[in-house]
Ligand binder design. Structure first.
Ligand code: HEC
Ligand SMILES: [Cu+2]
Length: 406
């Protein structure tokens, strides 16, 4: 996370504004500092100093008016670009190359959306993020996927307290405020026109396009770190998120797999699986089936989590878990399981799932999966109503099941 290595026009505008302010204030610092030092040295008291006391004047209209004028001038120098940057970062640009119809090749796009940019609804929860893609009919959590070089319009809301969306290398920050929808736009990398301008290149032609594609691939496709930037309660510091920036095809493939959702083990359909589950659950054996059964009943996981495809996993109190096994982190970016090349390390992933279910409250103090008015997994009970937390074996099977959600 750094604001000094920018990867997109919004972060760049913010960086430029920051540097301008730094130079102006640095100039003031030098000026005031040097006058101060001169005064200290020149007018200091010396041994046997018999110079008379300097005249004790008050006020000098010329100096005062001059200083007021200079301050106003400097403020204007800062204010004009500041206002420009505020408008620039607020108004989502109309860029035909970013229209969904131009670059999105997957299915399920309504015709009236063809000339709109991609919209992502960002919803803040204590202490995680939901990312909805209303035009594409999918929802994910904590790791958003966006296309490289395209304008993406964000709508920011909160269900509880104020959070703040900050993806330092790409853009930031805009608050998510309860009862209000804020908006911003982000863009990972430059579009073709801006890239050409920066490279001092002209023309069209497939060669240039190829060069541009290489630029996106080498400099922009990446896994970016984000963070909630407004104190929002106990686990605020552990409310991170991630953005994966990919090419157009990879984006379409990701959407397709999110839309398809998940199937039960043994290549059954959900109908077949539930037919057995309802009549004779003991016939469902093997780690994945056992894990899924615990997910549906004993662990109460499905009361708070959606897994697309599964018709009975419809809970919305927690993050959407469709394909959670393909995400490179869990617990809102707090537990990572990827190598430096952003590839999943299955052992670490298993460990993280296990740790998360076993010690949810230790990993993220106060989080709403462990204690939730009796519905949390730190409050599970047996038939007699006595506290009965998940056993090691149950957690093991759940972890394997979660890993299979890919
Ligand atoms: C009372 C509702 C509730 C129940 C029950 C519940 N969860 Fe959660 N779950 C949450 C919430 C809320 C979070 C987000 C916590 C956070 O990051 O602060 C979460 C987060 C997760 C995550 C991390 C997802 C991510 O992308 O970061 C996993 C995995 C998970 N839950 C699995 C389970 C499993 C397995 C069970 C059943 C044993 C379960 N949950 C039961 C509410 C619930
Ligand atoms: Cu927050």
């Amino acid at each position: 996370m750094t604001t000094f290595v920018t990867k997109g026009p919004v972060a760049e505008a913010q960086y430029d504004l920051f540097m301008l302010t730094v130079w102006v204030t640095f100039g003031i610092f030098l000026l005031v500092g040097s006058v101060y030092i001169v005064a200290i040295i020149k007018f200091r008291e010396r041994p046997n100093d018999d110079r008379p006391m300097p005249s004790q004047g008050h006020g000098n209209p010329l100096v005062e008016i001059g200083l007021i004028g200079a301050s106003i001038l400097l403020l204007v120098v800062i204010a004009v670009p500041t206002l420009k940057a505020i408008w620039f970062t607020h108004d989502t640009p109309d860029d035909p190359e970013s229209y969904l119809g131009t670059w999105y090749s997957g299915e399920g796009l309504a015709e009236e959306e063809a000339e709109n940019p991609l919209i992502v609804k960002v919803i803040g929860y204590q202490w995680w993020w939901a990312f909805e893609y209303p035009q594409l009919g999918i929802t994910t959590a904590n790791e958003m996927v966006i296309p490289a070089g395209k304008v993406v319009h964000l709508e920011l809301r909160s269900v509880d307290v104020i959070h703040s969306f900050w993806l330092p290398r790409i853009a930031g920050k805009v608050d998510l405020i309860p009862g209000r929808t804020n908006s911003m736009w982000i863009q990972a990398g430059d579009n073709f026109a801006r890239w050409k301008e920066k490279q001092a290149l002209q023309g069209e032609g497939p060669e240039l396009r190829e060069q541009y594609a290489t630029y996106l691939e080498e400099e922009i496709h990446d896994y970016y770190y984000g963070q909630c930037a407004e104190f929002c309660g106990e686990s605020h510091a552990r409310m991170l998120f991630r953005a994966t920036v990919v090419g157009d095809d990879a984006f379409a493939a990701w959407v397709a797999s999110e839309k398809e959702g998940h199937r039960p083990p043994d290549n059954k359909t959900w109908e077949e699986w539930y037919a057995v589950y309802d009549k004779n659950p003991d016939a469902l054996t093997g780690d994945l089936n056992e894990g899924l059964k615990i997910f549906m009943d004993r662990g109460k996981c499905a009361t708070c989590h959606v897994v697309k495809g599964n018709p009975r996993a419809l809970g919305v109190a927690g993050p959407n878990l469709t394909n959670v096994g393909s995400r490179l982190s869990i617990a809102a970016g707090w537990l990572n399981h990827h190598t430096e090349e952003a590839v999943i390390d299955p052992e670490q992933q298993y460990e993280n799932f296990y740790k998360w279910i076993d010690q949810t409250n230790v990993v993220k103090p106060g989080n709403l999966m462990w204690k939730a008015n009796g519905g949390g997994i730190g409050e599970l009970t047996d038939e007699n109503g006595d506290l009965a937390l998940l056993t090691d074996d149950e957690i093991h099977k759940l972890s394997l099941y979660l890993q299979s959600l890919q």
